[in-house]
Design a protein around this ligand. Structure first.
Ligand SMILES: [Ca+2]
Ligand SMILES: [Ca+2]
Ligand SMILES: [Ca+2]
Length: 714
């Protein structure tokens, strides 16, 4: 065996290199980002995009969104709950929990942990946290343990989007051992924060696809996180996570991130890359650019408290004068998309309703404004305000783009005013701006988290545009209350149509989400409902393997033949064409010989084939030979350890007729041949070794060979 291995190393200098690559690949995949965890990884406090992104990997909720979800009620799939139901009044939600699920520390998960999690989040009521920010306490009355495996939520109000709350990282179940209560009731000091040098103590989860093995944070800045597959994850048996190890590397700017992905230092770049860099990467054959609808929307607010925007038709005239395509092309190089509804593309219920007003339609703008005496000589004149603190992307250019777009109508004059964010917010509250630009990033992905906070008279009161339509309020309340998905869908149609009549706010554009990866990366889903899910990510690869090699005979008379079978498998993700060579090595010498080569063996991914050849032993010395097969690595193949396979039984080349392999042709060999006489493959007495001439039958010719060589020895 030692000699065999040595021989392989000699003939395959190339695989040595590849072994180094293999060792690196085993470290897992590296994801680079310019994001960071804003404060901590405790669902009772974390209220930031990247904090939720990591919580999503370390924890688990009762339900989750399927991939490519839109927030539709049909998009939820079981996670820690296997099934659920809601009472007819919409006030009681019952969840049946998955059984025999364990935390990473071995604690068995049960219904008390669900109650503990929600009680804790709502009791801590962190003023900066999501439980308070999203309003859990306004929705949930209490959580009751019905049984070890059944938990019930009693709501204060019927809330159609309840499952989208349950799917949020905010609602991910904590482990009481890592999220203990330190006083008589929970308070903000019970929030789990970064623990230097102890990644496990830095978060309270433990039911998710990954464990946090390391978190390097220096002076408040994140440098690296290491995630490792959680063997106790409920869906580990389903093959998740697809990649055992994920390294998160934090970059201080998008230029550094772009350089890292282009240099191959990282496998995936996720948030944020510049528009120019993304454009360049789209033409790089080694990279894949992934694009998805982003949940962020930007919109124009019109103050209805006084003239001119107290007039509905003047607001409609503005709605008809927006050239969204020009804005997303010239300002965002198409790294944003046109938005024609308050409910964005990719969200359940969305419809491009604002296209009805015009895209743009300046004729309509002129007709509507003419009713109020505005024309080319007497233009509608107003001030458009924007913030200059970087609160929204390129606000000044946006405002300039809107001005150009509206003034192209020939009947509007816009003056621009930019001020810093605190002053801007103050002026919004004082309702002194005629027209102003705002943005919205939802907490949960449901049409309700766009329409309620933007156009409902109480939910949207923070916008201060004085829009108040009782019909609209009623429609929104019906849609968020005790409604089926069909009813909700119809209600959102009505709501969106009404927004084009009332034009309280005018949707402008919607963000896009980008990730860039190496060509071989698969499983990136950028749907609107969740940040990048690491547990689906895999690296597809080229991988050929030799899985077996057998010789028909273990004893071959010198100069005679044996048939050799080699099994080759394509264990990678692509179809392959490869070359396979079979070698023999005489034991105790270094005489290695290539005895056969199969060229251009073609295989489909996931299939295998058996290759057969006849080995003629003329010219080979007496002795035991080890046979092995070697598949030349195919392009991009890194796992070459499985490209060699050695036959477990040596093949002996000896004196023809010495079929029992004792070194001499004698009566024992005759007896062996007689015993097998007249047998052929399939017969019980068949012996390939006794069929010396290999004609498929033990016959007189074989006996004759024994007789001719009788008494000969090696
Ligand atoms: Ca291989
Ligand atoms: Ca013998
Ligand atoms: Ca024969």
């Amino acid at each position: 065996m030692i000699l065999t291995l040595l021989a392989i190393l000699v003939l395959a200098a190339e695989p040595l290199n590849n072994k180094t690559v293999l060792a690196q690949a085993d470290l897992g995949l590296t994801v680079g980002t310019t994001d960071a965890v804003e404060s901590c990884l405790d669902p009772a406090h974390a209220y930031d995009y990247f904090g939720w992104n990591v919580i999503q990997s370390l924890g688990c909720g009762l339900v989750e969104y399927k991939v490519n979800a839109t927030g539709s009620p049909d998009d939820f799939v079981p996670s820690l709950a296997t099934s659920w139901s809601v009472s007819s009044d919409g006030l009681e939600w019952t969840f049946n929990l998955r059984q025999v699920v364990k935390y990473d520390d071995g604690t068995e998960f049960n219904a008390t942990h669900v109650k503990y999690t929600f009680d804790r989040g709502m009791d801590i009521a962190d003023p900066d946290g999501a439980f308070l920010g999203i309003g859990y306490c306004d929705i949930i009355q209490n959580v009751t343990v019905v049984d070890k495996d059944i938990v019930k939520f009693y709501l204060k109000i019927p809330f159609a989007a309840f499952l989208s709350l349950v799917a949020l990282p905010v609602s991910f179940i904590v482990d009481p051992k890592y999220a203990p209560m330190h006083g008589t009731s929970w308070n903000t000091t019970d929030v789990v924060v970064y623990n230097d040098g102890n990644a496990r103590a830095s978060h309270p989860m433990g039911l998710g696809p990954y464990l946090l093995k390391n978190w390097t944070r220096v002076a408040g800045r994140d440098y690296e996180m290491r995630l490792e597959a959680n063997p106790n994850y409920w869906n580990a048996s389903g093959g998740y996570p697809k990649t055992d190890n994920i390294i998160l590397k934090f970059y201080s700017n998008s230029t550094g991130l772009a350089l890292a992905i282009q240099a191959g230092e990282i496998d995936i770049a996720y948030r944020q890359l510049g528009a120019t860099d993304i454009g360049i990467m789209k033409t790089n054959p080694d990279l894949k650019v992934w694009e998805g609808d982003g949940p962020f929307i930007q919109y124009l607010c019109l103050q209805e408290k006084y003239a001119p925007f107290n007039e509905t038709e003047i607001r409609q005239a503005i709605g008809a004068a927006i050239n969204r395509t020009a804005i997303v092309q010239t300002i965002f190089s198409r790294q944003a998309q046109e938005l024609y509804s308050i409910i964005p593309t990719g969200v359940f219920g969305h419809s491009d309703v604002f296209q009805k007003l015009g895209d743009p339609n300046y004729t309509r703008t002129r007709e509507l404004l003419a009713k109020f005496g505005y024309n080319e000589t007497n233009k509608l004149t107003f001030t458009l305000w924007y913030e200059i603190s970087g609160h929204y992307p390129q606000s000044q250019q946006q405002a300039q783009g809107l001005k150009t777009s509206m003034e192209t109508s020939g009947v509007i004059t816009v003056s621009l005013q930019g001020i810093d964010w605190p002053a801007y917010r103050g002026m919004r509250q004082n309702e002194v701006m005629q027209a102003y630009i705002l943005g919205w990033y939802p907490d949960y992905v449901d049409p309700d988290d766009y329409v309620f906070p933007l156009i409902h008279s109480s939910g949207g009161s923070w916008i201060h545009d004085n829009y108040n339509n009782p019909t609209m309020d009623q429609l929104i309340e019906l849609a968020r209350g005790n409604a089926t998905s069909t009813e909700r869908s119809a209600l959102y149609d009505q709501i969106q149509n009404l927004t084009t009549t009332d034009c309280p706010i005018i949707p402008l554009f919607q963000g896009l989400t980008y990730a860039v990866s190496k060509r071989e990366i698969t499983g990136i889903y950028l749907d609107i409902t969740a940040p990048l899910r690491y547990w689906y990510i895999a690296s597809s690869h080229n991988d050929i393997a030799i899985t077996d090699i057998t010789s028909l005979k273990t004893v071959v008379g010198q100069g005679y033949n044996t048939s050799v079978d080699v099994t080759v498998a394509d264990v990678g993700d692509f179809n392959e064409t490869c070359n396979v060579t079979v070698y023999s090595a005489l034991t105790y010498t270094s005489n290695t010989t290539a005895i056969h080569t199969f060229t251009n063996v073609t295989l489909d991914s996931g299939t295998s084939t058996v290759l057969t050849f006849t080995w003629g032993t003329a010219g080979f010395a007496y002795g035991n030979y080890t046979l092995w097969a070697y598949a030349e690595p195919v392009p991009s193949e890194t796992n070459v350890a499985n490209n060699n396979y050695t036959c477990s039984v040596p093949v002996h080349i000896g004196v023809p007729g010495d079929i029992n392999n004792d070194g001499t042709v004698d009566m024992k060999d005759v007896m062996n041949a007689v015993y097998a006489f007249n047998s052929f493959p399939g017969k019980s007495r068949w012996s390939p070794n006794a069929d010396i001439d290999g004609n498929g039958r033990v016959d007189l010719r074989d006996i004759l060979t024994i007789v001719i060589n009788f008494n000969k020895h090696e």
